[in-house]
Ligand binder design. Structure first.
Ligand SMILES: Nc1nc2c(ncn2[C@@H]2O[C@H](COP(=O)(O)OP(=O)(O)O)[C@@H](O)[C@H]2O)c(=O)[nH]1
Ligand SMILES: [Mg+2]
Length: 230
């Protein structure tokens, strides 16, 4: 839930997805891409990472970013631990830490072998969000690891979203809020669309807040702007 504190605005954005899909790497790359202050957000502190020795996220990672255009706007960005056994921890990260989550980026491990595991996590996310994805919680998808071979096709993932009722047909008023699907690579030396996808979720979060009072705005006239810049 958008929070106001000492004249500042705090938004919470969560990267959600199966273990090993690349969430922690994405957050690290976002940090590296923005730390020079030349983009629309800048990290305000080091990333907080709670890892196991294996490198897997034990609990969550968190980074705090600030809009460089509107200094009062802060983004609290979380990743969840993706191990199947940690479902209740994910619910806690999602609903409790700092605030309720304002927006979700679903991170898919695009390797075909993991197709079913990704779907399992999508179902879990649907369960946690209780019908609020898209309608109240802006939602986009990253098909990550597109640098690898044998990967899920963009169209196949759209079919999954349709099947799970996370996709609106063109005549529906929520159609414009269908999740954009980014094909990404999180590895810093081959990075693709890591900032762009973050920017889009931040933009949508701002629009839902400003024009929709916490819901997907359906007024056709809203300007194509972002809380990052207004
Ligand atoms: N080839 C490739 N490997 C990636 C990519 N993103 C992450 N990885 C690797 O996948 C593994 C798991 O990544 P991690 O960020 O820990 O996943 P998490 O469990 O979702 O946080 C690590 O070895 C990463 O280097 C990517 O876009 N391409
Ligand atoms: Mg992780």
């Amino acid at each position: 839930m958008v929070q106001y504190k000492d004249g500042n605005i705090f938004l919470k954005i969560v990267y959600y997805g199966m273990a090993g899909s690349g969430k922690t790497t994405i957050l690290e790359t976002l940090y590296d891409l923005t730390k020079d202050g030349k983009r629309e957000i800048i990290p305000v502190s080091d990333l907080q990472k709670i890892d196991r020795r294996s490198g897997a996220t034990l609990y969550f990672d968190r980074g705090i970013f600030q809009s460089t255009k509107k200094r009062k706007v802060y983004y609290r960005v979380y990743t969840v631990a993706g191990q199947k056994a940690f479902s209740s921890l994910r619910t806690k990260v999602f609903n409790k830490l700092d605030a309720e989550t304002d927006a979700v980026i679903f991170v898919v491990d695009s390797q075909i072998n993991f197709f079913e595991d990704n779907i399992e996590f999508l179902l879990e996310l649907k369960n946690i969000t209780k019908g609020r994805l898209i309608k109240e919680i802006p939602f986009i998808v990253m098909l990550n690891k597109i640098d690898l071979k044998e990967i899920i096709d963009h169209e196949d993932f759209i079919q999954i979203l349709k099947q799970e009722k996370l996709w609106y047909e063109p005549q529906h008023e929520l159609n414009r809020w269908n999740p954009l699907i980014y094909k990404t690579c999180a590895l810093i030396d081959q990075e693709k669309d890591i900032f762009r996808s973050f920017y889009e979720i931040a933009r949508r979060t701002g629009l839902y807040h400003i024009y929709g009072d916490g819901k997907a705005p359906v007024d056709k006239k809203i300007s194509d702007t972002s809380i990052l810049t207004i």
